[in-house]
Design a protein around this ligand. Structure first.
Ligand code: NI
Length: 181
């Protein structure tokens, strides 16, 4: 296992549409997922997409601490570390919420981003099994943020008001809620 270098905004790999994974059970993918887990743990974020570690494949990992979920909705449990291979998402309904996001590829900044409130998620898990689930709220936000990385999109491109882009330090000073994605 290895901690991988995280690409930052401006690196062309972050703008590519990543290729689908042919075999989720291959050694190459299993090793990539293990390295991504170690990288995410080292960086201390919520989610990581393969293009962020310079691998242009449709692989995402994320996990949401219980405190972060409870901050949104009391009693809401956290999400254990989840692997998404070749994920596909579609909105449920047409409601969007604007909320704070940050990104390991855009260090030091945060912004307010509109996202679908609820989505249907289809993917293969880390063991190569297909699954489908509906997620909403902050969980849906994280999934949309990470899946955007697979299409070469960073959260500032989703912002409708760039006046809501700030340094995390300043946002903390002025008490804007910050999500560490
Ligand atoms: Ni990100």
């Amino acid at each position: 296992m290895a901690v991988l270098k995280v690409a930052r905004m401006g690196h062309p790999i972050l703008r590519l549409v990543a290729a689908p994974v042919d075999d989720p059970n291959s050694q190459q993918i299993q090793r990539l997922v293990e390295d991504m887990k170690e990288t995410l743990e080292d960086a201390g974020g919520i989610g990581l997409a393969a293009p962020q570690v310079h691998v242009s494949l449709r692989v995402v990992i994320y996990g949401i601490p219980g405190e972060r979920m409870a901050a949104e909705k009391e009693g809401e449990p956290g999400v254990p570390l989840t692997v998404l291979i070749n994920p596909r998402i579609e909105p449920i309904g047409d409601e969007k919420d604007v909320g704070p996001e940050a990104c390991l590829s855009v260090p030091g900044l945060m912004g307010l981003v509109p996202r679908w409130r609820s989505i249907r998620l289809r993917a293969f898990d880390g063991a190569g099994r297909p699954f489908e689930r509906e997620v909403s709220g902050f969980h849906a936000r994280v999934v949309q943020h990470e899946c955007d990385h697979l299409d070469g999109i960073l959260y500032p491109q989703r912002m409708t008001d760039l006046a809501a882009l700030s340094f995390v330090e300043e946002a903390r000073r002025f008490s804007v809620e910050v999500a560490e994605d």
